[in-house]
Design a protein around this ligand. Sequence first.
Ligand SMILES: Cc1cc2nc3c(=O)[nH]c(=O)nc-3n(C[C@H](O)[C@H](O)[C@H](O)COP(=O)(O)OP(=O)(O)OC[C@H]3O[C@@H](n4cnc5c(N)ncnc54)[C@H](O)[C@@H]3O)c2cc1C
Length: 554
Amino acid sequence: MINVSGLQKNVHGEVMADEPTLIKYSRDASLFEVRPEAVVFPKDSADVQAVVKYVNQNKQSDPTLSITARSAGTDMSGGPLNESIIMDFTKYMGALISMDDQKGIAQPGLYYRDFEAETLKRQRILPSYTASKSLNTVGGMNANNSGGEKSIKYGKTERYILGQKVVLSDGNEYDIKPLTKAELDIKMQQQDFEGRLYKQVYDLIDMHYDEIQAARPHVTKNSAGYYLWNVWNRETGIFDLNKLLCGSQGTLALTTELEIGLVPVPKFSKMVVMYLPTIDRLGDVVDTVMKYEPESFESYDDYSMKLAIKFSFDFFSQLGFWGAIKLGIQFIPDMWQVITGGVPKLILMAEVTGDDEVEVLTRAQAIKTAVKPFKYKTHVARSAGEVEKYWKIRRESFNLLRKHVKGKQTAPFIDDIIVDPHQMPVFLPKLEAIINQYKLIYTIAGHAGNGNFHIIPLMDLNNPISSDIILELSKKVYTLVTEFGGSITAEHNDGIIRTPFLPYMYKPDIIQYFQKVKDIFDPLNIFNPGKKVGGSFDYIRSHLVQSHPVEHSS
Ligand SMILES: Cc1cc2nc3c(=O)[nH]c(=O)nc-3n(C[C@H](O)[C@H](O)[C@H](O)COP(=O)(O)OP(=O)(O)OC[C@H]3O[C@@H](n4cnc5c(N)ncnc54)[C@H](O)[C@@H]3O)c2cc1C
């Protein structure tokens, strides 16, 4: 049992353990409910360090003590949930420290929406932003290695983390930067926690170099496991622990500051929209469109479209009177499609961008011509308002489902699979055949260009059979995904829901190296236990939420 007043004496921020706080922090956007014992709101890095030291000192007398970082809590995997201490970075550690055209320096609790407002003033952007960009923080994006609609061109968050400050498990703060081999050698000679950590991680990776390189998943995006293959590059001679920390879900360290790279925003864009009555030829369409190098290539399904029409008031209410009128007009053709039953199975949106307006339009029209043989209804979006409509539906599809479907809940457990898009013509029918055995209602939206689909079923989690279905269906889907050389999570990460499935994707030796990395960084297992290593199917079963989901209003 945590001694709340004892812990409070160590920090300037608050430590809270009242009922409403514990209830609030027992949920994220996943299908889990885990009740913590206390929530700490650190004022600064000194507070973070003090809590880590407190846990270290008391771990022997209370082995259940641990710390799980939380930023906005929009994680879909159970990543920010824990039975011991939750550390919320949004209350006091959400400052933008500085920005220029190349990078921004921010505290982890800074909401992405506030960060973006500043980057856009410079015509710059962090292009790995998520569909949850109005809700999440840069700290959560780093810890989950998040990606989004532009990742097909720009990659995920890992590419933009230039450096970070972290509190390691010894309770001290360190600067994490890419190191040359000469710099690494100096670091490894240090006779302290940091020096030993660098040496042990380097030795582990260098000793098993080829095996670790071979374990790299053959997909354009991956958030599963620890990315050991990205840390040490013998060819460039660069050793960068940021590549390991980004995506590690707070299991290795607590991030207190981030240096985030930015890219220029292209001046012009055009969207090509395709309506697919079936997904039979999806793989071929993706292949065709990808030749024109879209900046985004996204999709949503018929069910998402019907929800968007049904709850369009939700969209309109965020936009003010004239905004609502403008967007409302854009929805008229879609409403008509829903009324007449002419809703396509899947809508594909390919966006091309550049600084030359004519070239961008020519490329969009070239896509339209190239997909003509498929005989799908296709057009280049005519106005910014129309483009906004498609983005609204795509970005909001999961949120609409979470908020509005009564009696059932969104159950993200096969929510983020990815396979090489060339495999899709063979992969997708097999996937559909597996899911259809269970007669579930589900939406499919996602990043068609990467072969990354978010499949979110609706389930009654109070029904005991649901946990059987979740585990059985996950096993079947993840077996299929790994047979196709894919990843069980492209961007949402492992958390509680996928950690036990990592052995489906990685060989036993690689799983052992994951455990070794965890032991090197966190020998007492004080950071976010049960994620990345040490998860279990029993834990999944026993922590499925039984009530209705928490709304994210931030
Ligand atoms: C509607 C909706 C749409 C989404 N769309 C996308 C999408 O398009 N792409 C995508 O990648 N994800 C998506 N997600 C998932 C989620 O929004 C992202 O993973 C997001 O980046 C998490 O940020 P957060 O601030 O909410 O982090 P949290 O949920 O608070 O935490 C996420 C993880 O980071 C760790 N963490 C947080 N802060 C720190 C810190 N300071 N130090 C160390 N570890 C830390 C936590 O322990 C946890 O494991 C979506 C979620 C929702 C609800």
